[in-house]
Design a protein around this ligand. Structure first.
Ligand SMILES: Cc1ncc(COP(=O)(O)O)c(C=O)c1O
Length: 476
């Protein structure tokens, strides 16, 4: 059998070619975990697509060569910068099968297996995170889309008619969050036609958290002024420091003031699997967005929206079209969000839970939290570095002790030096910086269960040595 688009390709040789591809892909996968990978090439040289088509037999080697220098250092246990996706082997294998099956997971009629799998995975996630039942939801590319989807439903619940007639003539809608809310939320406000200025920051002394009393005041004052509260957006694990909003209090205020409570738990949701109190508080939310490609070890483009009542999503997104004249289930995935064509994202999640199991996932999460704690404890009270933000999850922010009293530009420069010094040790350590209170600090993220305790000892040793070097150069 031949492939109509690849006439020279003998499909009987597919198995053999896939075996070659598997070897190349496995090598690439293992290379991502090797310590000391450098940053990706800024400008990789790509084969010219205008050249004659390549024989498919040569494809695995060409793809491997292209990606070898592009492969980011994401899975190196000493890559502690940002919150990268580590991925896992079960998901890798599942993705091959998902590509082979190429299911269209829009509706139960088109893909009963795909939709059943997605529902099963959503229920499993809800149980794992203590969100419980009833629960519905949707797999998405990530939390930006999950947040946007939830806020669409919240907008339509608060402003009936907005979906059909638009916002003209309706009271201006308002969203409420802390100053540290992720940038995808103001972006969602723009897309929803509420406008970015609809986002009210309800933080007081602590900019990283919503102040529940201030929130209550805002909600009441806004209603009195003829504005319409649409949603309170709490965060579990801010992108900057991993801060957690006071969820239980926010749930009380939201319930009393009858406003939708959405939780952006893109990074922090997995903590609910090991902290029952957090799970109980999160369970009070109307909706929760999370990224499995962050701290649940799945590959990129694995986001999820959990909602208490999936009918609220259907109220915003359901549609009928003559060209899709099929018997629909009102809760088919294509009726719950903005995407119609969708692949089988659920398979990689299913395979990960199946092979890793919930207990090992919990252990991996506890391990990451333990690494963050041990870094803080090892730094000591008199060393050259100090923890400069509360450590609630697995992100630790550090600054040079005393640097807050230095000139801002000098202090920034010293922290950049520190970053460079860590990156040039052997093996190198990658950490990121964060601007906090106008000043650069180091941000160290533990989301890789492959990072070992002795590597934290090495990190502390290198951090202190680099800090002493930087201090001595600047004469501090
Ligand atoms: C708190 C938070 N919300 C939302 C997002 C956006 O998620 P995504 O990149 O998956 O769209 C991120 C990070 O990327 C995040 O840290």
């Amino acid at each position: 059998m031949t492939d109509p688009l690849l006439p020279d390709f003998d499909a009987d040789r597919l198995e053999c070619l896939l075996a070659t591809a598997a070897r190349e892909a496995a090598a690439l996968w293992l290379a991502r975990r090797r310590p000391g990978l450098t940053k990706p090439d800024a400008r990789p040289t790509l084969p010219d697509l205008r050249d004659l088509p390549l024989p498919i037999e040569a494809l695995p080697a060409e793809l491997a060569a292209m990606l070898a220098s592009a492969a980011p250092y994401g899975a190196d246990p000493l890559n502690l910068a940002h919150i990268p996706s580590i991925g896992n082997a079960a998901a890798l294998i599942a993705d091959w099968f998902a590509a082979a099956a190429n299911l269209h997971t829009a509706s139960a009629l088109l893909s009963p297996q795909g939709v059943a799998l997605e529902r099963d995975v959503i229920a499993t996630l809800a149980d794992f995170l203590g969100y419980g039942r009833p629960c519905g939801g949707l797999l998405t590319s990530g939390s930006s889309l999950a947040n946007l989807t939830a806020l669409t439903a919240a907008r339509d619940a608060a402003l009936p008619g907005a979906g059909k007639e638009g916002l003209t003539g309706l009271p201006p809608g308002r969203l409420y969050a802390s100053t540290a809310v992720h940038a995808c939320i103001p972006r969602a406000a723009r897309v929803l036609g509420l406008g970015q200025n609809a986002l009210v920051t309800a933080s007081s002394v602590d900019p990283e958290r919503i102040d529940p009393e201030l929130l209550r005041k805002h909600l009441r004052a806004d209603r009195a002024a003829g504005l319409r509260p649409v949603a309170v957006i709490a965060t579990i694990g801010t992108a900057a420091t991993g801060a957690i909003d006071p969820l239980a209090e926010l749930a009380d205020v939201s319930r009393a003031e009858e406003v939708w409570l959405h939780v952006d738990a893109a990074y922090g949701a997995p903590a609910a699997a090991i902290e029952p109190e957090l799970a109980r508080a999160m369970a009070a939310a109307d909706s929760v967005a999370l990224d499995l490609h962050k701290w649940l070890f799945l590959p990129y483009e694995t986001g999820c929206l959990l909602v208490r009542d999936a009918r609220a999503l259907a109220a915003s997104f359901s549609f009928r079209a003559d060209y899709l004249d099929l018997p629909h289930d009102e809760l088919d995935p294509m009726q719950l969000g903005p995407e119609l064509s969708r692949g089988l994202r659920a398979l990689r999640i299913w395979a990960s839970f199946r092979c890793i199991g919930t207990e090992r996932l919990r252990e991996a999460l506890r391990h990451c939290l333990g690494l963050a704690r041990s870094l803080c404890e090892s730094l000591g009270k008199a060393g050259p570095l100090e923890v400069c933000a509360p450590v609630e999850l697995s992100v630790v922010c550090l600054r040079l002790r005393g640097s807050e009293r230095l000139d801002g530009a000098l202090a920034d420069c010293m922290h950049r030096e520190l970053l460079g010094c860590l990156a040039s040790t052997s093996p190198p350590i990658q950490v990121s910086t964060l601007r906090r209170g106008g000043r650069l600090v180091l941000r160290i993220c533990f989301v890789n269960p492959a990072t070992r305790a002795d590597q934290v000892t090495y990190l502390v040793e290198r951090l202190e040595a680099c800090a002493r070097d930087v201090n001595s150069v600047t004469g501090d």
